[in-house]
Design a binder for this molecule. Sequence first.
Ligand code: SAH
Length: 343
Amino acid sequence: MERINVIGMNLEELRRLMQSLGEADYRADQLFNWIYKKRIETFYQMSNFSLLLRRKITSLADIGRLQLARLTSSPSKTTQKFLFELDDGHFIESVYMKDRERITLCISSQVGCPLNCAFCATGKMGFVRNLSVGELVEQVIFIQRYLNIDATNIVFMGMGEPFLNYDNVLDACDIISHENGIAIGKRKITISTAGVVPRIKQFIEENRKYKLAISLNAADNETRSRLMPINERYPLPQLMQVARDYQSRTKARLTFEYVLIKGVNDRIADARKLKDLLTGFQCKLNIIPYNSIDNEFSAPVEQSINAFIQPFLAMNIVISVRRSKGSDIQAACGQLYAATLKP
Ligand code: SAH
């Protein structure tokens, strides 16, 4: 019989597991707390379970499946990149980032990615498969346990497109935010999408409380199509329409990301177009200077970054330039690539 992995199971599923063992429902709540909050490594640590029950669970279930294949740290250890091997031999990466009191974990949603954005390393790998709920949640559990820290923020900005793995990503978020477990608030969990319009609509319909970020990366349709093939499928006007819907329906502040690439989308004219596009939004604009992955594109010079942000300073939006952490260990935005890495 195939072994069960309790990491990734929600309360309902743990209840069914406990029922199958002839146990009462409250045992499932206890188990949930042990695995997600107390971060046990073996079921024998569950001191409020009888020894017999601990033995029974041990015989049929595991607590997680990820293998740490490699850990790369920046000199100050404020950025650390985890390479995990999955149980079918594929690899994913997750990134730990510490900035004073804020500890952010950047989580992967897929092995590879089918979207093939021109500037992104993950896209070069092609698409392998979606991650399971267990693999999504365990990235958080593993790093918290390994570094003995409590993350304050989760961002789905690692490898993959979270909205092409919608159900698993949302199920994982529901576990990560559950107050009897990891308990990271819904507003501290950000899902970043390249613009899968039907799934953004679904996200709005379902009234999900997680934060949404949209990777815009260009302010006109042609440039966006050149950089992001998904724009052919869901063109910029459609994407902006659903973004407006999101804003009017949820009243939550949307984040737009914009990878700034030298000579491609970093000119004053681009900034003006972007300004027009964002007029009427109460949003955050996250400017991400391009992190080099090959010779096709270059990072913008400091001067053009400063010039680019000028038109936005007078607007009713929060603008930030994401000075990339982790570029020295290839852990910055868009640099995650774990296809052929064999430790
Ligand atoms: N697929 C999702 C999440 C993964 S990428 C999405 O597209 O949003 C997370 C962010 O990193 C996106 O905003 C993406 O545009 C950006 N990014 C990708 N490659 C990059 C690179 N080489 N340099 C800087 N940012 C990059």
